[in-house]
Design a protein around this ligand. Structure first.
Ligand SMILES: [Zn+2]
Length: 352
């Protein structure tokens, strides 16, 4: 990110939360890029100093004005560890539309391209295809969009996890750093129990993250794709999260597609009950990505490609990422060789 001017842009959502946009600007550019992290992550996943990160790759390839949003799921913000009942509908209705409004105050009507990961991608897909925002020139989604698919073990965790955590263990959130909790506290015991089932490495934070998200050893990435320093500091990149989101994901997994958590909630009356319903009205080109070793949402973006092709033929592409899992397409040592060129190629075709 050398030579980039970095500025922070705080703004408020319509339901009263304070969020942050960070801008990396090397000059004026007709095509502006917005990056969205996944749940428990933050914009740090795009600006890691230990590898050639996505912000640098964009700036070096002619996208001279890059923005990254910390929305309410960000581990840089306090909301994940506060007691709350947020759903993905709240994010779709309030976070992404407010972020784009704030960006527009600075960039006017220049083209905006969005690159998003995990539940940042799912919630943004809900905003885009649910009609909560418009004027997006193109959209790149990694891992999951509007058709979540999860392994059987994850289904069980989605069903039992929130109740067990909130009512039996007495915790409204899970923290990847529970391994560092004082001995015999609830967090410490959860971490030690989880580590009994994870012998693949000696990083307790890595075990907790596998337990919190997905089915695998590890679940979110291939160990071989990460630099050792990234693996050691993985809890910097993937922090704590409230467990209530699992209930909405469970509902969507059961439905086979993104649906509203509570169709009777008057605050979200403007959003469709099922987010694919109006997909044919949205013309934004979409690139769907997924690692072929994705153990969090395996097959989800391939299924979304099929669903969108039925609704709006020819407006989306799918690319498999051989050897990659769920988040290593962004945080992996060689992501700049194996993954970023696919994103850049798509963006350049949409930009011209
Ligand atoms: Zn590990």
């Amino acid at each position: 990110m050398s030579d980039a001017e970095v500025s922070v842009h705080p703004f408020a959502t319509d339901d009263g939360l304070g969020l942050n946009l960070t801008r990396f600007r090397r000059g004026d550019c007709d095509d502006v890029v917005l990056l969205l992290h996944g749940l428990t992550a933050s914009i740090d996943m795009f600006i890691m100093p230990e590898h050639q990160n996505l912000v640098s790759a964009l700036l070096d390839n002619g996208f001279a004005d890059v923005w990254a949003l910390d929305f309410r799921m960000s581990s840089r913000l306090p909301y994940d560890t506060e007691t709350h009942r947020y759903t993905l509908d709240d994010i779709a209705a309030w976070d992404h539309p407010a972020a784009l409004r704030e960006m527009r105050r600075h960039i006017g009507d220049r083209r905006v391209h969005v690159v998003a990961h995990c539940l940042g991608s799912m919630s943004f897909s809900m905003s885009l295809f649910g009609g909560a925002l418009d004027g997006v020139a193109s959209f790149v989604s990694n891992s999951v969009s509007l058709t979540p698919r999860v392994p059987t073990w994850s289904r069980l965790k989605l069903a039992a996890g929130p109740g067990l955590s909130e009512y039996l263990i007495g915790l409204s959130f899970m923290d990847s750093r529970f391994g560092e909790a004082p001995p015999l506290t609830r967090g410490w015991m959860v971490s030690r129990l989880v580590s009994l089932f994870h012998r693949e490495c000696d990083v307790r934070d890595c075990h907790m993250i596998s337990f919190m998200w997905g089915s695998g050893h590890p679940a979110l990435y291939e160990h071989d794709n990460l630099l050792p320093v990234t693996h050691q500091r993985i809890a910097d990149l993937l922090g704590p999260t409230g467990v209530h989101y699992f209930r909405h994901i469970r509902k969507m997994v059961s439905a086979g597609q993104a649906v509203k958590y509570d169709p009777g909630d008057p605050r979200h009356a403007a959003l469709p009950d099922a987010y694919l319903t109006r997909a044919n009205e949205v013309t934004t080109p979409v690139l769907l990505l997924s690692g072929d070793r994705n153990h969090v949402f395996p097959g989800a973006n391939a299924a979304c490609h099929e669903a969108l092709e039925r609704a709006r033929p020819g407006r989306q592409e799918f690319a498999s990422l051989p050897g990659y899992g769920h988040i290593d397409p962004f945080i992996g040592e060689n992501a700049h060789i194996d993954v970023f060129p696919k994103i850049l190629d798509f963006l350049k075709r949409q930009a011209s």
